[in-house]
Write a protein that binds this ligand. Structure first.
Ligand code: GTP
Ligand code: MG
Length: 202
């Protein structure tokens, strides 16, 4: 499960405009600022392939990156970014949900959850929506390198992770696979790539 090459292919705002070559793909989704673009860069070992930012709301389209000329990683806009104008936010919701429901080459959604903060309701809502719609999903916990801080409720990443897993039991018939990661230390990178390779070979 090695990445030899990765290239940006295109940005789309509608499912119909996404690449039509039929290659399998994996979409990275999660709250704004959770670390989707950073994870993508970590997976392909490139610092700036996908643009990242300290400010939430950086990624605004469906961005396709082709890996090894044979599959795609897809960077999506984040949800739950309160400072985005309401109409823009609804639009993102509409087009990402349409993408999940209608993109036939989508093998699995990778739902990213920030392990450095306590569980957010919007993440539970998202996980529940994916479960209800039976969209294949893998959970990826991000920022596992962060130490506990008073201001995030004083919980360690592993405590936040077990709390989240407990709260989503019942949303799924079979518990989704989950992986702990950090784009700073590259924890979890090989595990994700291996998991994606296994999913592609079904
Ligand atoms: P949007 O495109 O706005 O939805 O955000 P995103 O989910 O793509 O997040 P992005 O990758 O731009 O990262 C947001 C911020 O979190 C940046 O300042 C990153 O450096 C930081 N960050 C991302 N991943 C990690 C991580 O694993 N550990 C730490 N400590 N910081 C991270
Ligand atoms: Mg982004």
């Amino acid at each position: 499960a090695k990445v030899d090459e990765a290239e940006f292919v295109k940005s789309s705002v509608r499912t119909e405009d996404c690449p039509s070559d039929g290659l399998p793909e994996f979409a990275l989704v999660g709250r704004s600022n959770v670390g989707k673009s950073s994870l993508l860069n970590s997976l392909v070992r490139r610092k700036k392939l996908a643009l990242t930012s300290k400010k939430p709301g950086k990624t605004q389209c469906i961005n396709h990156f082709r890996v090894n000329d044979s599959w795609y990683l897809v960077d999506l806009p984040g949800y739950g970014y309160a400072a985005a104008p309401q109409d823009l936010r609804t639009d993102w919701n509409k087009f990402t949900k349409d993408y999940f429901l209608n993109r036939s080459t989508l093998v699995s959604v990778f739902l990213l959850i920030d392990a450095s903060i306590p569980t957010k309701k919007i993440d539970l809502d998202y996980a529940s929506w994916l479960g209800e719609n039976q969209i294949p999903m893998t959970l990826v916990f991000t920022k596992c390198d962060k130490r506990k801080k008073k201001k995030n409720g004083g919980k360690r990443p592993d405590e936040n992770v077990s709390n989240f897993l407990e709260l989503i039991r019942g949303f799924f018939e079979t518990a989704p696979p989950w992986i702990m990661t950090s784009s700073v230390t590259n924890q979890g990178r090989d595990e994700i790539l291996l998991h994606m390779a296994q999913l592609r070979n079904y």
